[in-house]
Design a binder for this molecule. Structure first.
Ligand code: PLP
Length: 363
């Protein structure tokens, strides 16, 4: 057990080291020295021609992990999702998704801009779209209506706090999608976290979906890249859209190698991030000025609220002066995300500093 004195010593050490604790996102990780070695030694070829052995190895690895026939390495999670939408729809169609889904909230209007589709958004508190609401939103065939061509689920759900979708729930959505012949896509940017937290394999989580997008540059800590998986037919269509969007890259084994390394070496470390998120959340929950629901902390993302009269910019800037970088998540809420480059002591330090800072600013 860590005593208060030991904690204070560690906190002093963190302050002396002047280390910046960046919990704005798990996208902020930088390649480790070992990863950089792997990058330096990567064997490469022209991937637009399918000639890059390292990209092919990564894609094969993802086929194996997800149980899907084919995989496509792309520069970002956004491109992966948007290529999936473009491949499953036609201009004027409609897709059903959660109202805070990354594809609608943070992809700059891309479904409308790239694929020219409508989004039918269903609000939830945990990422689980109500099954009856999905059925109600599927358009009947009628010349006045668009065609419903895709249902998109996000697992884990970023903006709702890294919540995990239960496999049984996903299977229920799958039966609805199958019955209505609708493509089921998973934005699995953090499917790795769902898998690490539940012990359910990536394959089992992917099985109900027609396509899954998995990011290498979130909790896994690779600098760049995502992989879209699906059937051979779907991925060959996706490959064409990747080219259209300028995502066909040449000697890209350089970065695919970091993805392979990240899956081999960092996937297994995700439970550490989940544990740090819980420790951090527990510290915050002791403050009577902070509102946090510990039951909602399922993976590496923590949302919490503070008194509305506290100026958000001032809070974020004061924490910045204390070397803690954290992001806003609504009017009087912040979001903290734990990753490879924040250890347990730093998570404890950040938690205590946030509690203290809110107390100071409220006085
Ligand atoms: C759930 C989710 N999907 C997709 C993305 C997009 O990934 P990228 O930033 O690589 O475009 C993100 C980014 O944070 C995300 O959280």
């Amino acid at each position: 057990m860590i005593t208060n004195k030991e904690n204070t010593n560690k906190e002093n050490l963190i302050m002396e080291l002047n280390k910046i604790i960046d919990i704005r996102s798990d996208t902020v990780t930088k390649p480790t020295d070992d990863m950089r070695q792997v990058i330096a030694n990567a064997i490469v070829g022209d991937d637009v021609w399918g000639d890059d052995p390292t990209v092919n190895e990564l894609q094969n690895m993802l086929c194996e992990l997800s149980g899907k026939e084919a995989a496509l390495f792309v520069p970002s999670g956004t491109m992966s999702n948007q290529i999936a939408i473009a491949s499953a729809t036609n201009s004027g169609d409609e897709i059903i998704c959660e109202s805070q889904a990354h594809i609608v909230r943070y992809e700059a209007g891309a479904p409308g801009f790239i694929s020219r589709v409508n989004t039918k958004q269903i609000s939830t508190t945990d990422g689980r779209l109500d099954l009856n609401a999905i059925i109600e939103e599927i358009r009947p065939l009628n010349l006045h209506y668009p065609l419903t061509k895709m249902i998109c689920l996000e697992n884990t759900h970023n903006y709702l706090g890294g919540r995990i979708l239960p496999l049984d729930y996903i299977k229920e959505v799958e039966s609805i999608a199958k019955e209505h012949k609708i493509h089921l896509h998973c934005d699995g940017a953090r499917l790795w976290n769902a898998s690490a937290a539940t012990g359910i394999s990536i394959k089992d989580y992917s099985e109900p979906f027609d396509s899954v997008s998995l990011c290498l540059s979130k909790g896994l800590g690779a600098p760049i890249g995502s992989v879209l998986v699906g059937s051979n037919e779907f991925i060959s269509k996706a490959k064409r859209f990747r080219k259209i969007l300028g995502g066909g890259m040449r000697q890209v084994g350089i970065i695919a190698s970091a993805g392979i390394y990240a899956i081999k070496e960092h996937f297994k470390l995700l439970p550490v991030d989940h544990n740090n998120a819980k420790i951090f959340a527990q510290i915050l929950s002791k403050s009577n000025q902070i509102e946090i629901d510990l039951n909602k902390v399922e993976t590496n993302i923590v949302f919490f609220s503070y008194p509305i009269k506290l100026d958000q910019e001032k809070l974020i800037n004061t924490l910045k002066q204390k070397n803690i970088l954290i992001g806003a998540a609504g009017k009087n809420s912040l979001r903290a995300v734990f990753h490879l480059q924040v250890n347990e002591e730093e998570a404890i330090f950040a938690g205590n500093q946030i509690v203290e800072t809110i107390k100071e600013l409220m006085n």
